[in-house]
Structures are given as C-alpha cells and as structure tokens.
Design a protein around this ligand. Structure first.
Ligand code: SAH
Length: 256
C-alpha cells in the first residue's frame, strides 16, 4: 500500500514554534527529509524521534540533493508504504518550493498533506521586536524574494506602494534591491532591519536605513539566512526591544 507524504513547515527555528500538527506527524513519521534551514535546535529534536533522518539540505563541501532527487526520493519512500515527512523551514509554501513538491506528488499519484508552518517572514521580525504592520505606519506588507528566478518584479510599483517590504533570501542581492528601490523613489531614510538567524539564540539584528544599509551590512559582515525588513515599522523595535523577552534577554544574546 502506498504511504503518505506530509509537507511540513518547521517554523523559523525555535522548536516551540512548531505547530501541534507538525509535532504529531513528526512523531508518526518513518522517514524525515529535512532542510538545513530548520536550524540546529529542531535538528536536535528530530534525533529524539523514531524516524530515519535524511539531510537533504545544503552543506559546505557536501553534496546537496537536487530538487528532482528530493522529489524522486519522496515518491520512492511513499511507494514503499512509508509515512514520509518533508520538513522545511518556515512555511512550505512561502518561497519554499513546497508547491513544486506538491505538484510532483500529485502528478505521481501520491497522497499528501500540507502542514503550514510559521513563516520567518513574520516571526523573525516579531522576535526582533518589529511588528510588520502597525496602524500608524504602512497599510500593506509585501514579501519578496531577493533571488528572482525570472525577473518580473515591478520595482516602481513596489517603491510607491507604502508597504512594509520583507525580503527573504535578500543578503546576496542587497545592493541591487536597495538600488532598485532608491531609483524608483523610495525614501532613502526608510529604516531597514536585517535579522540574521532569527528566532534562535544566535539572532543578530542590524539596524540602518536604505541609504546606508549596503555599507552597514558590509561592515557588519551580514550573512544568510536573514530577513530584511524595509519600512517605518522598524522604528518600533526601539520602543519594544527592552522589554521583549522572546529569546530571554536577547539584547545580550545578539551582542548589540
Ligand atoms: N519557507 C521559508 C522561507 C524559505 S526561503 C519561510 O517561510 O520562512 C529562505 C529564506 O528564509 C532565507 O534566505 C531567509 O531570508 C529566511 N529565513 C528562514 N529562516 C530564517 C531565520 N531563522 N532567520 C532569518 N531568516 C530566515
């Protein structure tokens, strides 16, 4: 009998942000295929489960499994009758290729379920004291990828939108993103927060503005994974951070 695949969001890194359903299916799983992005603490938690663990994520110097290899492995395991969990960082359908995996399973007649996760696009700013919306500020939020597959983003519309802009996968193309926004008229004084390894004890928050963010990021040696928030809501962090205790007294943890 064919097994089943669960495409599961692991949330942004803090194991307490796994959903009840995610934990339930992880406990039931025979095999878990996980990404690097799930973070160290969740990786640790997986080791306490009965499932066989397969690391399909990137690792420097090690072979990274290609998307089609992951797809084929899911189908193979399900056809062996296994309960398979495909565990992905954040939410599987937010820039996570979960859609492509679901398409592949449907095409091959494999039963599957989607278990949404808490996306880093919302939770990482939250843990850093930045509500991505606030009545006093922009009336919209736009999530963008810093690594477009096909270049289709309307930068002019984005720059003019009065929206909080949340960039995922933005570190390597930061310079280009900032240039496009400034060229299209976004206020150079718009505050920017770069949050590295959010929702983990290694979180670091780097605050700047559109005009100087490229220099600041270079000076600080900012690295992926990071969520970049561009918008006036970033100012709220100053008010909130002192009493915000999501990561304990994280002002110390992040070293700034
Ligand atoms: N599906 C994921 C996003 C995958 S794209 C989600 O919903 O969160 C990968 C990008 O997510 C990274 O480049 C980074 O921008 C962001 N990201 C995911 N987890 C993160 C974390 N703990 N801290 C900072 N950025 C994170």
């Amino acid at each position: 009998m064919t097994g089943k695949v669960y495409i599961v969001g692991a949330g942004p890194g803090d194991p307490d942000l796994l959903t009840v359903k995610a934990l339930k299916v992880l406990r039931e799983a025979d095999v878990i295929l996980y990404d690097e992005l799930i973070g160290d603490e969740i990786r640790e938690l997986l080791r306490s489960l009965k499932a066989e663990l397969v690391d399909v994520g990137k690792r420097a110097g090690k072979h990274k499994m290609k998307q089609n290899e992951i797809n084929e492995l899911m189908v193979k395991l399900a056809r062996e009758g296994k309960i398979v969990v495909r565990l992905k960082g954040g939410d599987p359908f937010v820039f996570g290729r979960g859609g492509e995996e679901a398409e592949y399973l449907a095409k091959h007649g494999i039963p599957f379920e989607i278990v949404p996760g808490i996306t880093s696009a919302i939770a990482v700013p939250a843990y850093a004291g930045i509500p991505i919306t606030h009545r006093e500020f922009d009336p919209a939020v736009v999530f963008i990828t810093g690594r477009e597959w096909k270049e289709r983003l309307n930068w002019k519309a984005l720059a003019e939108l009065n929206a909080t802009i949340v960039v995922l996968m933005g570190v390597s193309n930061l310079e280009k993103i900032v240039k496009k926004l400034l060229e299209n008229g976004k206020n150079p004084k718009t505050p920017v927060a770069i949050i590295e390894r959010g929702c983990t004890l290694r979180q670091r928050v780097v605050i700047s503005n559109l005009e100087n963010v490229v220099d600041v990021a270079r000076r600080e040696g900012v690295k992926a994974p990071a969520v970049i928030v561009i918008g006036d809501v970033v100012r709220l962090r100053e008010k909130l951070a002192k009493f915000l205790q999501n990561l304990g007294n994280f002002d110390h943890a992040e070293g700034n």
